[in-house]
Design a protein around this ligand. Structure first.
Ligand SMILES: Cc1ncc(COP(=O)(O)O)c(C=O)c1O
Length: 386
């Protein structure tokens, strides 16, 4: 099935229990948390409406349709031949990553992450007694690169059990190359470190870049990886709390699944499963169109701020999240955060929430109609020129 989705449509989300739209006063344009302002694909909306009209919403069994839909998506879109039996439901990627951390490491063990990083990665180790090792990405000529020597130092510590890879990377927008992934994976194999690959942003990759599922690189990597996926970012379904993890390694898979089951985090949500399956089965067209649309939003931000000496836009290779280097403003993070909310009237994510490496940065979410991005750029330029 194929439609042309209208990404220019402005949907009024105020008063709809939206977290994004409840955080700031009405005159602040919210461009922070990672959900989009786009309607979900028409086939998903139609399937949900039809199901809701039945009027009976009882318990559901574990869905084999969900396993098949996830496997098909990975195979057809990314060339990773996933068998349905490798897929399990989890209520969210972070919930799944936490289960994996509990299943595959012990309190006091190390987990490597690459920073700046999505905040729940740090919370999950703090709250579970794991020790976090921060392999900081290095900003070189406007692009974040991996410090492999530092990564290996951290990986070879005998207490290091896991590496949480985030690719495409939130918040830097890096889409790691095959060469980079191979080098990371070889180091992990050498030092017996298991990879948790959070690939939730896999569909949002821009021209000139390719998403390579980490586990697809080789049979050895596949056996050493748990991958996480959720249609939530691409199709704007995060409120349904329905995701999946994939592992070709039956031992790793069942260890993680046991923790999910023991936490009784297994009851699928009828709407979530239906949305997940319909999106992955029928909405490839939407994934293509949203990536092309948001890429133009990224270009618009870069173009609008290119002569602006106070903010450097880190060129995103993927994700709908742009990382703004605002250190030339000379403001402290607090001043920057306050200035954006109170003067610019934009609600963005504070760089410091992504770790100390994010000090002086802001993250802006451009998964919204072009008119919203235009308005945001107008607000930035006007406030800084005042
Ligand atoms: C890298 C990354 N992982 C996970 C999530 C959240 O996923 P979930 O809602 O499935 O836990 C996000 C949301 O912003 C994200 O950016």
């Amino acid at each position: 099935m194929s439609f042309v989705h209208d990404f220019d449509e402005v949907v009024d989300r105020r008063g709809t229990d939206s977290k994004k739209y409840s955080q700031y006063p009405a005159d602040v344009l919210p461009m922070w948390i990672a959900d989009s302002d786009f309607k979900a694909p028409k086939p998903v909306v139609d399937a949900l409406v039809e199901r809701m009209q039945q009027g009976v919403y009882g318990y559901t069994p574990i869905s084999s349709r969900l396993r098949a839909a996830a496997a098909k998506w990975q195979t057809e879109r990314f060339g990773w031949n996933v068998d349905e039996s490798w897929v399990e439901f989890v209520p969210g990627v972070i919930s799944g990553v936490i289960s994996a951390v509990r299943a595959l490491s012990h309190p006091g063990d190390n987990i490597v992450i690459q920073t700046p990083c999505y905040p729940p990665f740090t919370d999950l180790s703090d709250h579970n007694g794991r020790h976090l090792l921060r392999n900081a990405l290095v900003l070189k000529d406007g692009r974040y690169e991996i410090d492999f020597e530092d990564f290996e130092e951290k990986a070879k510590d005998p207490r290091t059990k896991l590496f949480i890879l985030c690719n495409p990377q939130n918040p830097t927008g890096r889409v790691f190359t095959r060469e980079e992934l191979v080098r990371l994976g070889e180091i992990c194999l050498k030092h017996h470190v298991i990879i948790l690959a959070d690939e939730i942003h896999q569909d949002m990759v821009y021209q000139g870049h390719t998403h390579i599922p980490f586990a697809s690189i080789s049979k050895e990597f596949e056996q050493n990886t748990i991958a996480f996926m959720n249609p939530s970012k691409t199709f704007n379904l995060p409120g349904f709390r329905t995701a999946a993890f994939i592992s070709a390694n039956p031992v790793l898979k069942s260890l993680v699944h046991d923790v999910v089951v023991n936490n009784k985090a297994i009851g699928e949500n009828i709407c979530g499963t239906l949305a997940f399956c319909t999106a992955y089965e029928q909405c490839g067209y939407y994934a293509d169109q949203i990536a092309a649309y948001v890429e133009k939003n990224r270009d618009l931000v870069e173009e609008s701020l290119k002569d602006f000496d106070k903010i450097d836009v880190i060129h995103a290779e993927g994700t709908y999240l742009l990382w703004l280097d605002c250190r030339k403003t000379g403001m402290s993070q607090k001043e920057l955060d306050d200035f954006f909310v109170n003067t610019v009237k934009l609600g963005l994510n504070s760089g410091k929430s992504f770790g100390p490496e994010g000090e002086g940065f802001l993250r802006i979410n451009v998964a919204c109609p072009r008119s919203t991005v235009e308005e945001a750029m107008k607000r930035i330029v006007t406030a800084f020129n005042a």
